[in-house]
Design a protein around this ligand. Structure first.
Ligand SMILES: Cc1cc2nc3c(=O)[nH]c(=O)nc-3n(C[C@H](O)[C@H](O)[C@H](O)COP(=O)(O)OP(=O)(O)OC[C@H]3O[C@@H](n4cnc5c(N)ncnc54)[C@H](O)[C@@H]3O)c2cc1C
Length: 384
């Protein structure tokens, strides 16, 4: 029996779910709000862990293609003191496939493959339990019904309210992201500072992290504690309150340079040469977010368990997508489908709950009044 299944959102969770279901010859409708795959910049680089994201890619039959595209050398990690002294310098070893990096855009294209995504289909509301199944309403006024609707629509999910009243809350930490292009030719000193992977500098309640992507592109993340009001100010149009306009690149740059005043000049060059700035206040869902099971609707990835960006979110999202797809493909009748989803949710909650605790504690240590707390964390998790 073919269930009518829709996945809302074409991020790592939704695409992995759809790709694995497709591999099992089960039809799936993928509904994505973006009007096209390249409608907005895809974001930075993701490290995919052997037992999480890579396991999911194996279930999708995409592991060999991932290995051809990914960058094992991107696992290299260097930590500097704020005066520029190198405190730690972990190199990657040839053949180390534990956590290779891949650009988000490359991962998206790999997962998209033959999938027939419906672009420009923003969902506004999901209503379970109608006579014809689960009703999905779209921003353009249309509506459709399905047997199972998967909310893989990220932090600000429009599916989540159908089954849970939880909403994300601010962690007290924000990132301001900037980029460098052609770093090897345009900024060779910074290229050397960053190395093959990442460089991180930890100070009092703030950090600067630069990560190499493919093609000489680098993402730089300034991380700091600040009340949400300040961030709102950062986002406001120029002239309002005391806040900054993020589109005013030089004003944001000056503000960040003041925040990191006294740090070594080569480190601050990461901000001096950055292009546009993107504001990312970090929100999370409650650490052990669960819900009373609702037949016909479930959540995956950030929609289910938004957590600090410490290398787990996309990995969990993908593995959940793959596991749910396998369970759904193996469920012959409607009762089996609901049982499969229910069992999947229990498994997801247990694993995501563990990671949510780890990443919440990790964020506290990485953006901490005592910078040695960050160093100690890396000493615990990096292979010696
Ligand atoms: C700076 C940063 C660095 C990170 N680095 C890592 C890392 O190295 N490793 C890692 O594992 N994780 C990392 N993460 C976390 C990771 O990005 C997320 O956990 C992951 O993207 C979650 O995937 P998802 O598919 O659940 O949601 P998303 O990636 O948010 O995808 C949701 C999709 O749903 C679509 N959508 C939203 N609303 C609607 C709607 N109403 N209707 C239809 N479609 C909709 C969106 O357009 C989007 O395509 C990082 C996060 C940040 C911010």
């Amino acid at each position: 029996m073919r269930h009518r299944i829709a996945v809302i959102g074409g991020g790592p969770a939704g695409l992995t779910f759809a790709r694995v279901l497709h591999r099992h010859d089960h039809p799936v409708t993928v509904l994505e709000r973006d009007p096209a795959p390249d409608a907005r910049p895809p974001g930075g680089t993701l490290d995919l862990h052997e037992g999480l994201g890579q396991l999911a890619l194996g279930k999708a039959g995409l592991l060999a293609e991932f290995q051809a595209l990914s960058r094992p050398e991107g696992q290299a990690m260097r930590i500097l003191d704020t005066d520029g002294t190198v405190l730690r310098d972990w190199q990657s070893h040839p053949g180390d496939q534990a956590n290779p990096e891949i650009d988000r855009g490359q991962l998206r294209d790999l997962l998209l493959g033959p999938l027939d995504v419906q672009w420009g289909r923003g969902v506004t509301e999901v209503v379970p339990g109608t006579r014809d199944g689960v009703l999905v309403r779209f921003a353009d006024g249309r509506q459709e019904t399905f047997d199972l609707v998967i909310g893989a629509d990220g932090a600000w999910s429009r599916v989540r309210p159908a089954i849970s009243s939880a909403t994300p809350h601010y962690t007290g930490v924000t990132l301001v992201e900037t980029s460098l292009d052609d770093v090897d030719t345009r900024h060779p000193d910074l290229a050397r500072l960053i190395g093959d992977g990442s460089v991180a500098v930890y100070g009092v309640n703030r950090a600067l992290v630069a990560q190499r992507n493919s093609g000489g592109h680098v993402k730089v993340y300034a991380q700091f504690r600040a009340p949400l009001d300040r961030h709102m100010g950062l986002n406001r149009r120029a002239g309002m309150d005391t806040g900054l306009d993020l589109a005013d690149v030089e004003a944001v740059r000056s503000s960040l340079l003041a925040l990191f005043d006294g740090w070594a000049a080569p480190v601050l060059d990461l901000l001096r040469h950055g292009t546009a700035f993107v504001h990312r206040p970090l929100y999370v869902l409650p650490v052990s977010h669960t819900w009373a099971h609702v037949p016909g609707v479930t959540l995956l990835g950030d929609a289910a368990h938004l957590m600090p960006p410490l290398g787990a979110g996309a990995n969990l999202a993908m593995l959940e997508g793959a596991e749910l797809a396998e369970s759904v493909a193996a469920a012959p009748g409607p009762g089996d489908l609901d049982e499969a989803v229910r069992a999947f949710e229990e498994q997801m909650w247990a694993r995501a709950g563990r990671w949510a605790k780890i990443t919440a504690a990790g964020l506290e240590r990485l953006v901490n009044p005592d910078p040695t707390a960050a160093l100690a964390l890396f000493d615990e998790v990096q292979p010696s």
